[in-house]
Design a protein around this ligand. Structure first.
Ligand code: HEC
Length: 301
């Protein structure tokens, strides 16, 4: 083939083969909602595009930007919940974030909803200008050095209180809130609370029951067991059960204190001053049980 013919031949081919890939919307622009199906049934998603939702303006405190109240534009989480037909069966939502945090929120408890009342902000006012690039949250004591700070996509959830119905009062008083570690909201999963927690609740002895309570109040937001729970930290079962490589003492030290060089290492796990040796002994017993037993499937009768 002569050169010119080769070129025109290839020109003919090019437009047919090159196709623009459909652009993915930026993280946090779309929030997916679904009711967790019972057993193996298929998930059906409803998508909410925050960029086309009518916005309201609020002035609010936010635990991630402590100090002054700021002006935000966005939507209340409770108004997003209305996009989902839930047949009156779900009483809990699991708020899923881009970084793997999973925060449960009871939706039938109006008192709790009113107290926490998360606001899904898409814009923030800075110096009288509306911006959609939310400032990063740098881990305290690790300014500039943290390898895993919180970066936001197109939304951030604004919560003013450290109160949460599942966390321990002592941990709250010490400043712990799962919302502190959340980046952008990407999913809202509707579940039945009793059946959801049944997946973890194999405990028979008082010790095991106490251990499950520690998991529920302190760990579930970030950690999972067999991928049920948060994905921010490790799974306690996969690739190998955590109790096979960490004893009670090791777990206690890990939960209660952090490494001196944790900021340099970019470790994001908070430490809990309110967790006692007895709590960790119970937690270890529960972890041994739950990672050794067969998983309990999520089934709604
Ligand atoms: C805010 C999120 C968060 C919470 C809450 C949390 N963790 Fe973690 N955890 C992490 C992250 C992230 C890691 C990975 C290491 C790191 O970045 O610190 C981790 C690591 C771990 C490890 C692995 C240590 C190793 O050597 O591999 C264990 C064990 C652990 N967490 C146990 C717990 C227990 C038990 C609780 C509850 C009492 C808990 N975590 C609560 C985020 C969390």
């Amino acid at each position: 083939m002569r050169l010119s013919a080769a070129i025109s031949f290839s020109l003919l081919l090019v437009p047919a083969v090159v196709q623009a890939a459909p652009a993915e919307p930026p993280v946090g622009q779309i929030v997916k909602l679904w009711v967790r199906p019972s057993g193996d049934a298929e998930r059906k998603y409803v998508q909410v595009d925050l960029s086309v939702k009518p916005k309201i303006e609020v002035t609010r405190e936010d635990i991630q930007y402590p100090g002054e109240k700021l002006k935000y534009r966005g939507v209340y989480l409770r108004s997003l919940l209305e996009a989902m037909e839930r047949n009156g069966r779900s009483d809990l939502v699991l708020l899923h974030f881009a970084n793997g945090m999973a925060v449960p929120l009871p939706i039938d408890d109006l008192e709790v909803l009113k107290t926490i009342d998360p606001f899904v902000a898409t814009e923030l006012q800075v110096n009288n200008l509306w911006i959609s690039a939310f400032p990063m949250v740098i881990k305290q004591g690790a300014e500039g050095r943290d390898v895993r700070p919180l970066k936001f996509g197109r939304n951030k959830v604004v919560v003013a209180t450290k109160a949460h119905p599942h966390t321990a009062k002592a941990a709250q008083a010490d400043g712990f809130s799962p919302f502190f570690y959340c980046d952008s909201l990407i999913g809202i999963e509707f579940v039945r609370s009793a059946e959801w927690y049944k997946q973890f609740d194999l405990a028979r002895t008082d010790g095991e029951k106490a251990g499950f309570a520690v998991f529920k109040s302190h760990c579930q937001f970030c950690h999972s067991v067999r991928e049920v729970g948060g994905r921010y930290g490790i799974d306690f079962f996969k690739p190998n059960p955590v109790v096979e490589r960490i004893g009670v003492q090791g777990l206690y030290l890990h939960v209660r204190y952090r490494d001196r060089d944790a900021p340099e290492k970019g470790q994001m796990m908070p430490f809990f001053k309110d967790v006692t040796k007895d709590d960790v002994t119970a937690l270890h017993a529960w972890l041994t049980l739950v990672t050794g037993a067969r998983p309990v499937p999520y089934v709604v009768p």
